[in-house]
Every structure is written in C-alpha cells, then in structure tokens.
Design a binder for this molecule. Sequence first.
Ligand code: CAA
Length: 258
Amino acid sequence: MSDYETIILERRDRVALITLNRPEALNALNLAMMNDLVTLAAELDADESVGAIVITGSTRAFAAGADIKEMAGNSYMDAYLVDWFSGWDRLSAVRKPIIAAVSGHALGGGCELAMLCDVIIASDTAMFGQPEIKLGIIPGIGGSQRLTRAIGKSRAMEMILTGRSMNAAEAERAGLVARVVPADELLDNALATAATIAGMSLPIVMMAKEVVNAAFESTLTAGVRFERRLFHSAFATDDQKEGMTAFIEKRAPNFTHR
Ligand code: CAA
C-alpha cells in the first residue's frame, strides 16, 4: 500500500478503515484527497484480503464539502477542461461494500461522498446538507441525483434550493441513513457492520452490491431478470455449497471466498 497525504488507512482483519485527515479544514475534499481516496479504494478493491471498507472523518466533521478555497478562483474553462470532480466516479466503481461512518458535518461534497458509499451509519451529532446554493453553485459530486433518489423529490428540492441541513434523526426518518447511534459508539458500530459483511462470501457480497445498485439504473423487469441471473450464478461458487451444507449440518459456514 502506498502512503497517502490526506487520509489514514488502518486494517482490522478483513476490514479496511479509511479516516479522512484534514482536520484544519474540517476534512474539506480537495483534489489531493479525492485522488488519495479513489486510488486507495481501487487498491483495496483489488486486494482479496479485504472484505469491506469503512470511510469516516472526525467527530466534528465527516467532511464539510469540496474545498471552497481550492475552487474559488476557477473559471469555467478550468473546471471543464479537467472535468472537475469526475474522479469521484471511480469510487462508485468499487465493487466491495463501503460504509460511511458519519459524525458532525456532512455538507456539500461531504454529503455526496457519504451517498457514494453503500451504507451510511450516522452518529446522533451528524448533519447532512447540500448548501452549495449559498455559494452560488449547485451540487457537483452527484448530490442532486443521489439525494433525490434517497429521500424523494420534495425533500431533496427543499434542501438543495434552500441549503438547509437535516439532523441525524431527520436523515434516518427520510431514509438517507441506515441507522443513528450515539457518537461514541459510531466507529465500533460501523466496524462491526463491516466485519459482519466481510465475514460473508466475498463474491456473493459483490453480487449483492451489484444487484442492489441495479435497482437505480434499470427498470423493474430488467432488474429482476439481472437478479435472477446473478442468483443462478451464485450456485457456481464453493461458498454456496459451504453455506447450505453448514446450515444443514447445524454449524457455522467456513467461507473461502471462492
Ligand atoms: N472548504 C474549505 N475550507 C473549509 C470548508 C470547505 N468546504 N469548510 C470549512 N473549512 C475551513 C474553514 O475555512 C476554517 O478554516 P480557517 O480556520 O483557516 O478559517 C476551518 O475549516 C474551520 O471551519 P469554521 O471556522 O467555518 O468552523 P465552524 O465550526 O464555525 O463552521 C461549518 C463549520 C458550518 C461546516 C462551516 O465551516 C461551513 O459552512 N463550511 C462550508 C460548508 C459548505 O458550504 N460546503 C459545501 C462546499 S461546496 C461543494 O461541496 C460543492 C460540491 O458539491 C462538489
């Protein structure tokens, strides 16, 4: 694994924990952090000893958005020619599950980064918002699309048009987050969920992620057909034989991730 300037990597068995580490800027997402994060995520995706990834920030901020100081002087041509923020698309190409453990501010690009992950677990101090409109811009890392799919048009419109943030309880009611936990239990909770996932068969976990994501990209009929094909292909794995045999023999399965 390479060294990274803006993030910290720790390994807990089959779980990789990535901590965003620009505390002086409330983890504002500059281009260096985007490059570090997507490069590391691709490395972890290719590493068979990793079963799940957790991304977290600090207690005060998951991430307070894209780096305004880095963006402020940009012209249209600067943004267009480098296709500003398109690098984040590489995170959505990761095939292993990514859990966002969110405490404090998850604003703008921070909220969008959380939504790029597969599961959001929030501390009771978390605040989610897309305040770009107050800066004279709109969301630029997929927020207009992912927030709308996650919480519906009316709520997403209100948040994106006014810049108002949601607290953790509201985010849970709206379906943005999987659950809310006390702040001092956030990391343990997210790591335990990641460990549970990492204990399952890796290829089956990857199929499950792929098929749930297909719900956002296809019609119901096409999605159900795709699910059935992947369901059938699960029977080509050793882990299906092991999982079902273990059930019948009343013992825990010993998945080999094959
Ligand atoms: N970019 C750059 N620096 C940021 C930042 C950001 N998004 N958010 C916070 N910082 C910096 C502050 O400038 C400050 O730095 P200095 O100490 O050098 O002044 C430091 O982090 C601490 O921030 P505050 O002093 O403002 O802390 P606070 O507790 O008073 O307020 C906050 C916290 C409400 C989150 C406030 O910092 C804030 O409003 N931040 C900006 C939030 C925002 O607008 N995010 C959207 C960015 S645009 C975007 O993300 C576009 C996109 O979709 C891709």
